[in-house]
Design a binder for this molecule. Structure first.
Ligand SMILES: [Zn+2]
Length: 297
């Protein structure tokens, strides 16, 4: 699925009507009863069918990510909370600060009176947060609890949320329903990203609920596939350097053969992120816009 010749985000992705998108999300396995989602109406090449906004509810509900401030989007989230019997939305949590995950957070806070949380490293980013969370913090809401896992890579303040009772991981943009996450330097960091993925392997997870795309029923296999894919890309970057390709553009050109113009920049960010990881490891050095192999890689 993660083809070598095309950018993985594009693999298998064709814009489709919303109804098909909903059908595609009909999982082969069910999510626990107290978890629902409402997909924001923001489909696109980077957001797949749209952002999955999750409602986790017991007596009260917590919402993970709010993409849009439109009334119709907030209605959709609130309806999900009501349908599961939650008395109110008590907290709003954000996996990260990209606008397709936090763009409607303040609006939902205002409408519902929910307390809005954000990772400590991003305190003040939205200007209306009520609390902050750090790695391993347990965040309670009426009858339930989520554990914040700081998982930088896609974004330096990125968090996943883990619910140990049902072994559910809300993965934000670290792991997607299909394709791969975008790592865009300088805030995006491939070294951190791989560490975050490795760390997630240490959790007992039965299902991953991603920020975009359908749920993932084989978490460990998916995480291993993600790690493997990045390591293969790294080998491709090293091989390109050995062949004397030494600019980001040149390296991208031989690795991402069929990439569409729309995703060219994304492919270049990925190559840059790999080169920066290799520089941190002392395997590559940079001279102006050229990258050179240092040791016998
Ligand atoms: Zn996203």
């Amino acid at each position: 699925m993660l083809g070598e010749s095309s950018l993985a985000l594009l693999c298998g992705f064709h814009p489709f009507p919303r109804r098909d998108a909903e059908a595609a999300e009909k999982p082969t396995m069910a999510t626990p009863n107290h978890i629902r989602h409402f997909t924001a109406d923001n489909p696109g090449i980077m957001t797949l069918q749209g952002t999955n906004q999750y409602v986790v509810g017991k007596e009260n509900a917590a919402v993970i990510d709010v993409a849009l401030s439109a009334d119709s989007n907030m209605d959709g989230i609130i309806e999900q909370a009501e349908a599961m019997g939650a008395k109110k939305i008590e907290k709003i949590l954000l996996t990260h600060i990209h606008s397709d995950h936090c763009g409607g957070a303040l609006a939902l806070r205002k409408r519902t009176g929910a307390k809005l949380g954000i990772h400590r490293s991003r305190a003040g980013f939205l200007g209306g947060e009520d609390f902050q969370y750090s790695d391993n913090d347990r965040i309670s809401f009426g009858g339930g609890e989520l554990r914040a896992l700081h998982t930088p890579g896609h974004e330096s303040g990125h968090c996943c949320f883990y619910e140990s009772g049902d072994k559910v991981l809300f993965s934000g943009d670290n792991i997607l329903g299909f394709g791969t996450a975008v790592i865009r330097p300088p805030d995006g960091n491939m070294t951190d990203y791989l560490k975050s993925l490795e760390r997630l392997l240490g959790f007992d997870i039965s299902v991953i609920l991603p920020g975009h795309g359908p749920l993932i029923g084989k978490p460990e296999a998916k995480i291993r596939e993600y790690i493997q894919h990045r390591l293969e890309r790294e080998q491709q970057v090293l091989s390109a350097l050995r062949k004397g390709r030494n600019t980001i553009g040149d390296i991208t050109q031989i690795i991402y053969v069929d990439v569409s113009p729309a995703l060219q920049r994304v492919a270049e960010f990925s190559v840059q992120a790999h080169l920066e990881k290799l520089m941190r490891e002392g395997r590559v050095k940079r001279e102006t816009n050229r990258y050179l192999l240092l040791s016998d890689n």
